[in-house]
Design a protein around this ligand. Structure first.
Ligand SMILES: C[S@@+](CC[C@H](N)C(=O)[O-])C[C@H]1O[C@@H](n2cnc3c(N)ncnc32)[C@H](O)[C@@H]1O
Length: 275
């Protein structure tokens, strides 16, 4: 199946997704948080990982051809580290059926208990939440672009009381689309943050403030609809030309999650190693 999106991984012959080098910081912060929160998980009978944009579980960096673990595999391995208790189940889904199959196989080979789902995240999330046992859960929302970050996904996940949600929030997509969307009836940004046109008046803002105003509206929607709060640290991941790509945002209810993430998510922590 290899092509312009995938390349065969020599370690197992299955596809790895071709990605930019900056995705390493995303995976490092995800795994750092999983390691940092291991003692909290150990207190629960069930602790599940949910990834509705899972990809095949391995990635290869464009340009360097370096193969690494993608989100779900990296998350599983991180949960097995030290004195942590591994995730009791990995709930994975993707629009691309073959990616889910490969990710499932890779996780099972590593000893994980896996539940797989195919289809758009805004649909699979309903099936997943209805099957989750009571426990402490972590969801990773890692879409290719912000338009897939349907607010419904967050709303449904938030029905679980003990859930942290780590969100890949593409500021680049918002920046690129917000002007046009404001001037038309486009629904791209409306799906992410319903009601944004009424809440964010671009006419009174400099262009440089558009994305932050949109983000503030999204955070207030999250709070009012889910009672979840965005942790203070929202590291901004940039590309090799220092252009802003996305923020990693942890939505949480428990103050300990905030404390752990604020340490893991410190702005200066990983950027320096790349540039
Ligand atoms: C950025 S990649 C995910 C990478 C993966 N989380 C990782 O860390 O290795 C985004 C994934 O979302 C999938 N996708 C695209 N649109 C989707 C949708 N509406 N619902 C679910 N998955 C979707 C793509 O097939 C792709 O595998």
């Amino acid at each position: 199946m290899s092509g312009d999106k995938f390349m065969a991984d020599p370690s197992d012959g299955m596809d790895a997704m071709i990605v930019g080098g900056w995705s390493q910081q995303k995976h490092e912060r995800l795994t750092d948080y999983i390691v940092a929160s291991r003692l909290s998980r150990a207190k629960w009978g069930h602790a599940c990982y949910i990834d509705v944009f899972c990809g095949p579980g391995r990635v290869v960096e464009r340009g360097t051809n370096t193969f690494r673990d993608g989100g779900a595999i990296a998350a599983w391995r991180a949960s097995c580290m030290g004195n942590g208790r591994p995730f009791t189940a990995m709930y994975i889904g993707d629009l691309h059926q073959q990616s889910v199959r490969i990710c499932e196989l890779r996780l099972e080979r590593l000893g994980a208990s896996v539940q797989s789902f195919f289809g758009p995240a805004k649909e699979t999330v309903h099936e997943i939440v209805s099957e989750l046992p009571r426990g402490l859960d972590l969801a990773f929302l890692d879409p290719f672009n912000a338009a897939h970050l349907d607010f419904e996904i967050i709303r449904v996940l938030s029905e679980r009381r003990f859930m942290d949600i780590l969100v890949h929030f593409s500021v680049m997509d918002i920046q690129r689309n917000i002007d046009l969307e404001a001037a038309t009836s486009g629904s791209r940004l409306e799906r992410i943050a319903p009601g944004w046109r009424e809440a964010v008046d671009l006419r009174h803002l400099p262009k440089s403030a558009f994305v932050n105003a949109f983000l503030e509206h999204w955070k207030s929607l999250v709070l009012s609809h889910t009672q979840m709060t965005a942790a203070e640290m929202m590291p901004l991941i940039k590309n090799s030309k220092n252009g802003p790509l996305y923020r990693l945002i942890l939505l949480r209810r428990h103050p300990l999650a905030e404390k752990l993430w604020n340490d893991v998510g410190k702005e200066d922590k990983k950027q320096k190693s790349l540039f």
